[in-house]
Design a binder for this molecule. Structure first.
Ligand SMILES: [Zn+2]
Length: 397
């Protein structure tokens, strides 16, 4: 047998063993290499399309939906910084929704140096000093609650409050003394809606939430990973009313109180179905809507959203749900004013309200003016002079 053959065979068998060895390692890695979980996957777009550098609103804006209390938590330095953010972004006025009815001074006090830039709504305190899980102890379940609330509303107006806010828990989780859900359209609240109308207080009411929050939390749910991170945001189950019940109940209140202006927060809680929201706006002349925290919803259906906004341009208000980091505001301007494609709606990674990107609406100037400030000034008491002054100063800089 020639020597070279033996040698070659030796090499061949050696190679075979080596290959088998590396293959086995490779194979093992294949098994160990797990797919990243969905919250670890946040791709950046590789599209080379225009990215408009837009840092402030084209027309000085009124932000109808902000939370100077909830988000700043008494931090005066933070408030000062946010006023500077408003300056840079051309936000003339912001409405803080965070005064508590009956104790408005606390929030007004916190805002006192900036009341030339901030308007304040008060929310009704349904629980009062009651215990969280004992509804029979809640303020709203004590005799005289509605009468007291109406008196407080009248006093609040004298203190400078210009509107009322209802949180989403109203209708969703608040219960009566027997533990039954309190209905939004319960007759007992009628004097409150009436009083708001008489005082010309717009009622900003948050009803419902993303449609996905009322669906089972399964891989078919379009907000699956978000609901996984925040199980408390799921309202699926027998203890909750359906989303439709909530929205219908709210609509009955709007229908019953034509003299009261209602602002349906977050596209009246139904941005996934703009056709229906359009029908509501047609039916209720006293209903306005605002876009806070929902450009992610509008911007993923840009053709429908653009038609909808143009069709309903007299009834849509600008809102942000802030204060947020300044970068977030930039996405609002980009969404409303440009025709940029496929960009994020938030600075957060992963995108916090649905794993998708959005497209700009490129709205015409006359529509932008209405959304940014004209519609708001029409329904906000005392806002006109404040706005003119703030906007004039912004334009100087
Ligand atoms: Zn809010």
């Amino acid at each position: 047998m020639p020597n070279w053959f033996q040698k070659d065979r030796f090499y061949r068998s050696g190679m075979t063993i080596l290959i088998a060895f590396f293959a086995s390692i490779g194979f093992g890695q294949e098994q160990d290499r797990k797919l990243p979980t969905i919250d670890k996957f946040y791709p950046e777009s590789m599209l080379k399309n225009p990215k408009t550098d837009i840092r402030y609103a084209r027309f000085a804006a009124v932000d109808i939906h902000s939370h100077m209390g909830l988000r700043l938590k008494g931090d005066r330095g933070g408030l000062q910084k946010y006023i500077e953010v408003m300056d840079r972004n051309h936000i003339a006025l912001s409405v803080s929704l965070d005064a508590r009815l009956g104790d408005e001074e606390k929030h007004l006090d916190f805002l006192q140096n900036d009341l030339d830039r901030l308007l304040v709504f008060a929310h009704i305190d349904f629980r009062g000093s009651g215990l969280q899980d004992r509804p029979e102890t809640w303020a709203c379940n004590q005799p005289g609650f509605v009468r007291t609330t109406c008196e407080q509303l009248k006093r609040a107006r004298k203190k400078g409050i210009v509107g009322v806010k209802f949180f989403k828990q109203f209708g969703l989780t608040y219960r009566d003394a027997r533990g039954e859900l309190l209905k939004i359209d319960d007759e007992q609240w009628q004097p409150i809606w009436q009083t708001c109308g008489e005082l010309e207080f717009p009622v900003l009411i948050h009803t419902g939430d993303p449609a996905a929050f009322f669906e089972p939390v399964t891989p078919r749910n379009e907000r699956y990973e978000e609901l996984f991170r925040h199980p408390e945001w799921s309202f699926h189950g027998e203890e909750f009313p359906t989303r439709n019940e909530l929205l219908e109940s709210r609509n009955r209140v709007i229908r019953r109180n034509p003299e009261t202006v209602f602002i349906g927060a977050h596209l009246a809680g139904n941005p996934e179905d703009l056709e229906t929201v359009g029908r509501w706006l047609a039916e209720f002349p006293n209903l306005y809507i605002e876009i806070a925290s929902r450009i992610g919803e509008l911007g993923r259906q840009p053709f429908t959203a653009r038609d909808f906004v143009i069709e309903n341009q007299d009834r849509i208000l600008f809102g942000t749900d802030g204060p947020w980091p300044e970068e977030r505001l930039g996405y609002y301007w980009r969404f409303l004013e440009t025709n940029d494609e496929y960009f994020p709606y938030s600075e957060k990674r992963p995108q916090p309200q649905g794993l998708w990107f959005i497209y700009g609406l490129n709205l015409p100037d006359d529509v932008l003016r209405k959304i940014y400030y004209q519609n708001a000034l029409r329904i906000l008491p005392f806002s006109d002079k404040l706005y003119q002054r703030a906007a004039a100063e912004l334009d100087q800089d």
